[in-house]
Design a protein around this ligand. Structure first.
Ligand code: UN1
Length: 508
């Protein structure tokens, strides 16, 4: 049963973030009653609830395939301008998009604000990157020829998005593929088709041709048919490691199919290592945010807290106290910290797992009886190796490590084979250097929370079982969507037939 925790007197409780004068992490001033009322009204307004019909994959790919030649030669500045207009439209429709986010994806208001913000950020960032990077590059000699590298679209891309960022990641993948000169068949998660449908409508209104971006809502069969279509020249996927591997197999099955790239961003068993010099109050606030915000349904979320054994009791005690202050309930209430999980299947999976480790609960929290609320739970492990699976919800595991064994502890986390996010809390500069050198992860967070990567500043994505790279929201992401063509022209054989002349084009 739940074990109550004494509250450490000096903890800045997560709830304090919501005290008058404070903004929550999404920038919402919760002491501004007028703004709050507007926001709550906006997210509770019913949004169109007609089911989104399942897409026809073959027809969608045919349309996107036919649209490719024209879109490919649309100047990069024009493609980028479409994304910038889309970002403006997202902001104009912010209230409605937030409402769909809360109602369809069960996101909290704070998360819904972040979602729309991040979607617009992705559009503007990739627009800027495309303008800067996707122009032909003149390459230097020594060949005596004129050498040019063209960076172009590859053809039709399939984008396969997750339900946990149904607007931001859905549009991030799609915007990158489009601005790179590809056409796109986009499959949203089956749990979140409505926000994707709205995003695609806005994208078309922003100037992206209807056939350059085609939505195919549906479940795993739709995803399987889409990735198996030999006209698809690349797949960008965010979701589970198992699905990523299935897609990779599909892409190489057909001997006649071109070899095409897969960009996969998958799960992780993300750890935070805390040493005895860390500031416990900051640790607790960052653990609470990293593990329980978004009900733990982020691939970046903290799953395994590793506390140096001499401070473990204190940190765990403070954490238990802080967990008591979490407000769990209606995601449409701005004060809510933790909403429900996405669906019944996720609820059953998480609740089933919790039961199997009941004897190791260090803390759990009361939740409303109605709805898919998984109680935030802290579970004690005897060793780092006991956790070998990503539990995608508000469940945090804790184990200890011995002083002097930082490198070994990092190696034991690395050995899990995932490599998405890792956190370190320490005030020892050398510890930070060791983590920087040895943590085999895509995103290492030192003395801060492990979620909320900022587009353009904190490119996000993992390695190993966590994905293929390149990082979303980073400077190299667009290149993976592109084909490169190096063109070399002999400009030296003056007078010979090889010199290019401006002859009448009629002859070609
Ligand atoms: C995911 O959950 O699929 O840094 C990745 C963050 C988010 C992670 C998104 N950008 O928390």
């Amino acid at each position: 049963a739940a074990v109550g925790g004494a509250r450490h007197p000096s903890i800045p409780l997560p709830r304090d973030l919501f005290a008058p004068g404070h903004r929550n992490s999404a920038g919402l001033d919760l002491s501004d009653v007028a703004v709050l009322e507007r926001t709550v009204q906006a997210v509770s307004r019913p949004v169109a609830s007609a089911p989104v019909a399942e897409g026809n994959v073959a027809e969608a790919v045919t349309r996107a395939h036919a649209a490719f030649p024209d879109w490919q030669v649309t100047p990069v500045d024009e493609r980028a301008a479409c994304l910038e207009r889309l970002a403006d439209l997202l902001e104009e429709h912010r209230d409605e998009l937030m409402a769909i986010c809360v109602q369809e994806a069960r996101k909290t208001i704070a998360d819904a604000i972040g979602e729309v913000r991040e979607a617009a950020d992705f559009c503007r960032y990739y627009a800027g990157e495309a303008r800067a990077r996707l122009r032909p590059v003149e390459l230097p000699g020594p060949t005596g020829e004129r050498n040019t590298l063209h960076i172009e679209g590859r053809g039709v891309w399939a984008t396969v998005a997750p339900w946990n960022f149904p607007l931001a990641i859905f549009l991030g993948q799609t915007a990158a593929a489009l601005v790179a000169g590809n056409t796109v068949v986009a499959k949203p998660a089956p749990q979140t088709p409505r926000i994707a449908a709205r995003a695609v409508e806005l994208a078309h209104r922003a100037g992206i041709p209807a056939d350059a971006l085609v939505l195919v809502p549906g479940g795993p069969e739709v995803g399987a048919a889409l990735t198996a279509d030999a006209r698809v020249m690349g797949v960008a996927f965010t979701g589970s490691t198992a699905t990523a591997k299935r897609i990779a197999r599909t892409l190489v099955e057909d001997d006649d199919r071109p070899i095409v790239p897969l960009i996969a961003e998958t799960g992780g068993i993300n750890a935070m290592i805390v040493d005895s010099t860390a500031l416990p109050e900051q640790v607790v606030a960052d653990v609470i945010a990293s593990s329980f915000r978004s009900a733990g349904q982020r691939c970046s979320a903290l799953r395994l807290l590793l506390v140096q054994e001499d401070v473990a009791d204190t940190v765990i005690e403070m954490l238990r106290g802080a967990m008591d202050t979490l407000r769990i309930g209606d995601p449409g209430n701005p004060a809510t910290d933790v909403g429900p999980v996405i669906d019944r299947a996720a609820y059953d999976r998480l609740m089933g797992y919790r039961e199997t480790v009941r004897d190791r609960w260090l803390k759990t929290v009361e939740v409303p009886a109605d709805g898919l609320f998984v109680p935030p739970t802290l579970i004690r492990l005897g060793a780092i190796e006991e956790l070998n699976q990503e539990w995608f919800g508000p469940i945090l595991h804790v184990a200890t490590w011995e002083a002097g064994k930082l490198s070994e502890t990092i190696a034991r986390v690395n050995a899990k084979g995932y490599g998405l996010t890792m956190g370190l809390h320490s005030r020892i500069a050398r510890a930070a250097e060791v983590a920087e050198a040895e943590a085999a992860v895509g995103n290492l967070y030192i003395n801060r929370s492990m979620i909320g990567a900022v587009v353009g500043s904190q490119p996000f994505g993992g390695e190993g079982l966590s994905g293929t790279g390149p990082k979303a929201g980073g400077p190299h992401y667009l290149y993976r969507f592109c084909a490169e063509r190096a063109v070399s022209v002999d400009t030296t054989s003056a007078g010979g037939n090889a010199t290019l002349l401006s002859l009448d084009e009629g002859g070609i």
